[in-house]
Design a protein around this ligand. Structure first.
Ligand code: ADP
Ligand code: MG
Length: 136
């Protein structure tokens, strides 16, 4: 049975800064994830704190919010069969050194914090995160 989904992807500052936008977009397209919408933005630290509020109790929260707001990012709506889990698979593990071969984080990630991409982890969060950047 078909299970078309949408998910939110972010190309983080470390990857935008290294001109990896087209390379990363091509990986999504090659893996049958269509880019339905895309915009390059530079968010404030308060917006980053709002976006990442599920992580507010974590010791790395403040650095994470500073980092996501440190430079331009590209936010995208990806659509395809099982897009949420497929995107997570294409991204690879959170820490690039644990990521599988040919995943985005293995190819381009620098460290656990500068790991090049974000991807929604569930249907609920995909909806919330798409709304966060693309509604109104
Ligand atoms: P993912 O991005 O793989 O879904 P999490 O949701 O657990 O990972 O964490 C959100 C982001 O916070 C990660 O992408 C990473 O940049 C950062 N992060 C996670 N764990 C750590 C950590 N132990 N130290 C520093 N940064 C971290
Ligand atoms: Mg996550």
């Amino acid at each position: 049975m078909s299970n078309k989904e949408q998910t939110l992807s972010i190309i983080k500052p470390d990857a935008v800064e290294r001109d990896l936008i087209e390379e990363i977009k091509n990986i999504f397209i090659q893996n049958k994830l269509a880019i339905k919408d895309s915009k390059k933005i530079h968010i404030s630290k308060d917006e980053a704190a709002d976006f990442y509020k599920v992580h507010q109790s974590k010791p790395f929260y403040n650095d994470l919010c500073s980092y996501l707001s440190s430079g331009p990012i590209v936010v995208m709506i990806l659509e395809g069969e099982n897009a949420i889990s497929l995107n997570r698979k294409i991204m690879g593990a959170t820490d690039p050194k644990n990521a599988d071969e040919n995943t985005i984080r293995k190819l381009y990630g620098i460290s656990i914090d500068k790991n090049s991409v974000h991807g929604s982890d569930s249907q609920t969060n995909a909806k919330k995160e798409i709304d966060f950047f693309f509604k109104n």
